[in-house]
Design a protein around this ligand. Structure first.
Ligand code: GLC
Ligand code: CA
Length: 542
C-alpha cells in the first residue's frame, strides 16, 4: 500500500455551487482560488473536483464533451493550472473526477461514431435492434436514470447503449483504442500537476459479452451484466501499470452495489488496482437501492455496515469514509435532526471522521447545511429527479407528493449554492439554483465568528486526527450501547479512542470509560446522562 495518502482528509467541490468569482451566478475556478485559504484553515489535505470538463450539463459534467479542457463556465486550462499551483503552494493535493464509463453525446467521438465506417463507431456500444424493422432495443436493459438503456439512431439503423442518461452514451472499453485514449487523458492531467483521480462508476466499465437480457426490475434491469465483471480489473491494472504508477497517482473508485468481498479484490494486495473505494452501504440506512425507496432510519444497519467495513479492511486496505457527496441529501436531515441540527451535525462528523480511513467532506457539510424546501417541480434541475417523477407518476403519486419527497430525498439537496454569508442569497448574484432560505442563519461567515460552530468542530476534528494516529489507523471494535446510541472503540499502538453518540431527542443512560480523558463533547457541560444528540470522544493509554 502506498503510504503518502493515508493522512489526507479530502474536501469535495461540486464546482457549479461552490463559489462564484465573476458574479454570473455559477460557481467557477476564480471562486475556488478565493477560497483556498478557507480550505487550508479548515485543515484539509486534498480537493476532489467533481467534473470541470466542458459539458452540455445533462448531468452537470458527468456528461463530458471534452476530456482535455475546462468548462468555459468555470474557467480555462490556464486558470485551472493556477488553481493547482496555488493549492500545491498550500500543500493541498488536487484530485479530479474522471468519467470513463460514458461521454456526453456532444463529445466529438460520439458525433463521429454516427458516421458509417468511422473508427469512432467502435468507441461506443452500437448494436442492431430486434424486430422486423430493427427498432426494438437489442436487450431489455433499463438505464439508471432514464427509462430504457438503448437509444435508436435512424440514420445508422442502430441503437447505442446508455446505462445512465440518454446524453451519456457508454464507451466500449473492450476496444483497445478507447483504453489508449483513457491513458492519454490521464497523462494529460497528471502532466499538468494533478495528483490523482476519482473514478466515476468505475466498476461499470466492462459489459458482459453478448449483452444478455437481465432479470426484470423497475429500474436498472441488466445491471448484473455490467457491474464488477472480471474485465474491470484487467482494464484498471492496465491503466495503473501503463500510467498511474509512473506518476504515483492516487485513485479512489466509485462503486455502487459494492460488497467488502469484491472491494478487497480491487484495493488489497500487491496487485490492487485502486487505492480506496467509495461503497454505498452506509448510505442506505434510510433507503433501499440508493435513495430510490425511502425507509425509516435504522441505526442498527448503520452500526452493522461500519463494523463490517472497518473489520474486513483493517490492516489490508483503507476505508474511504464519507457521509455526504453530490449524490445524496444532506446528512443532518438524513441521519441527524433538524431540531438538534448543531449537535447532530457534530455528532455525525466525529462518528465517521475518527474511524480508520480517509475522511471525505462535501462542500457545505462542514457548515451543517440542510436540505431544501422547494415548492414546485419546475424548480428542480436534475435528470434523476425528473426520471423519478416519471416513475412516481406510474405509481399514481401526485406532483405535490413528489415535490415533498424530492425535498427530502433528491440529490439536489446537496447541490444548492454554498452559503457563504448572511446576505440575500448568501452572497450569490442571480444564483443558478435556489439558495436555501436558511442562509441568514447557516452561513460560513457566521460560523467562522462562532467558536462553537459546526465549522470550528470540523476543524478541530481534522486537527485531532492529524495528531493522533489512532484516529487514522485504529482497529475498530463496536461497543455495546443502548438502542439509540452508537459507540465504538478504536485502538492503535497502545492508544485507545472511544466514541459515543446519541441518535435520540431524549436523555440516554451511559457509563463513561474508566480512565478516559474527554477530548470532544458537543455540549458545554457534561451531565451524567447523554443529552439529546450528544457526542463524546475519550482517549486513553492502555
Ligand atoms: C456517479 C456520479 C453521479 C453521476 C453518475 C453518472 O454516480 O457521482 O453524480 O450522475 O455517476 O456519471
Ligand atoms: Ca461564475
Amino acid at each position: 500500500m502506498k503510504t503518502n495518502y493515508e493522512q489526507w482528509a479530502v474536501y469535495q467541490i461540486w464546482p457549479r455551487s461552490f463559489a462564484d468569482g465573476n458574479g454570473d451566478g455559477i460557481g467557477d475556478l476564480h471562486g475556488v482560488l478565493a477560497k483556498l485559504d478557507y480550505l487550508k484553515w479548515l485543515g484539509i489535505d486534498a480537493i476532489w473536483f467533481s467534473p470541470l470538463y466542458p459539458s452540455p450539463n445533462a448531468d452537470y459534467g458527468y456528461d463530458c464533451a471534452d476530456y482535455k479542457n475546462i468548462n468555459p463556465e468555470y474557467g480555462d486550462l490556464e486558470l485551472f493550472k493556477q488553481v493547482i499551483d496555488e493549492a500545491h503552494k498550500r500543500n493541498i493535493k488536487i484530485i479530479i473526477d474522471l468519467v470513463l464509463n460514458h461521454t456526453s453525446d456532444q463529445h466529438e467521438w460520439f458525433k463521429q461514431s454516427k458516421i458509417p465506417g468511422s473508427k469512432y463507431h467502435d468507441y461506443y456500444i452500437w448494436r442492431k435492434g430486434k424486430g422486423k424493422d430493427g427498432k426494438k432495443p437489442p436487450n431489455n436493459w433499463l438505464s439508471m436514470f432514464e427509462g430504457g438503456a438503448w437509444e435508436y439512431n435512424e440514420d445508422l439503423g442502430e441503437h447505442y447503449l446508455h446505462v445512465f442518461a440518454k446524453g451519456q452514451p457508454d464507451l466500449n472499453m473492450a476496444n483497445p483504442a478507447v483504453r489508449e485514449e483513457v491513458k492519454d487523458i490521464m497523462r494529460f492531467w497528471l502532466d499538468m500537476g494533478v495528483d490523482g483521480f476519482r473514478e466515476d462508476v468505475i466498476t461499470y466499465i466492462a459489459k458482459r459479452e453478448g449483452l444478455p437480457n437481465g432479470f426484470p426490475l423497475p429500474i436498472a434491469t441488466g445491471c448484473k451484466h455490467y457491474t464488477s465483471l472480471p474485465k474491470v480489473k484487467d482494464y484498471l491494472r492496465e491503466f495503473k501499470h501503463d500510467v498511474l504508477d509512473k506518476y504515483n497517482a492516487f485513485t479512489v473508485g466509485e462503486a455502487p452495489m459494492m460488497t467488502t468481498k469484491v472491494a478487497k479484490d480491487y484495493i488489497t494486495g500487491d496487485d490492487h488496482v485502486l487505492d480506496v473505494m467509495f461503497h454505498f452501504q452506509h448510505m442506505e440506512a434510510d433507503c433501499i437501492m440508493n435513495d430510490w425507496v425511502a425507509t425509516p432510519f435504522r441505526l442498527g444497519k448503520l452500526k452493522r455496515v461500519f463494523k463490517h467495513w472497518q473489520r474486513e479492511l483493517h490492516g489490508q486496505a483503507f476505508n474511504a469514509n464519507y457521509m455526504e457527496n453530490h449524490d445524496h441529501p444532506r446528512v443532518v436531515d438524513k441521519y441527524g435532526s433538524r431540531k438538534y441540527r448543531v449537535q447532530s451535525a457534530k455528532m455525525l462528523a466525529a462518528l465517521y471522521i475518527l474511524q480508520s480511513g480517509m475522511p471525505f467532506i462535501y462542500q457545505g457539510q462542514e457548515n451543517g447545511m440542510t436540505n431544501i424546501e422547494l415548492q414546485r417541480l419546475d424548480q428542480f434541475k436534475d435528470v434523476v429527479t425528473f426520471n423519478n417523477y416519471n416513475l412516481a407518476k406510474k405509481f399514481g403519486l401526485s406532483e405535490k407528493f413528489f415535490v415533498k419527497y424530492a425535498n427530502r430525498r433528491s440529490r439536489e439537496n446537496s447541490r444548492t449554492p454554498m452559503q457563504w454569508t448572511a446576505e440575500k442569497d448568501a452572497g450569490w448574484a442571480t444564483p443558478w439554483f435556489p439558495v436555501n432560505e436558511n442562509c441568514s442563519e447557516i452561513n460560513v461567515a457566521a460560523a467562522e465568528a462562532d467558536p462553537n460552530s459546526i465549522l470550528h468542530w470540523y476543524r478541530a476534528l481534522l486537527k485531532f486526527r492529524k495528531e493522533n494516529p489512532v484516529a487514522i489507523y485504529g482497529k475498530y471494535t463496536p461497543l455495546r450501547a443502548g438502542r439509540k446510541v452508537f459507540a465504538y472503540e478504536s485502538e492503535h499502538e497502545g492508544k485507545r479512542l472511544v466514541f459515543v453518540g446519541s441518535f435520540s431527542d431524549k436523555p440516554k443512560a451511559f457509563t463513561p470509560p474508566a480512565g478516559g480523558e474527554l477530548v470532544f463533547c458537543n455540549y458545554n457541560t457534561v451531565q451524567q446522562k447523554l443529552q439529546p444528540w450528544e457526542c463524546r470522544v475519550y482517549v486513553m493509554e492502555n
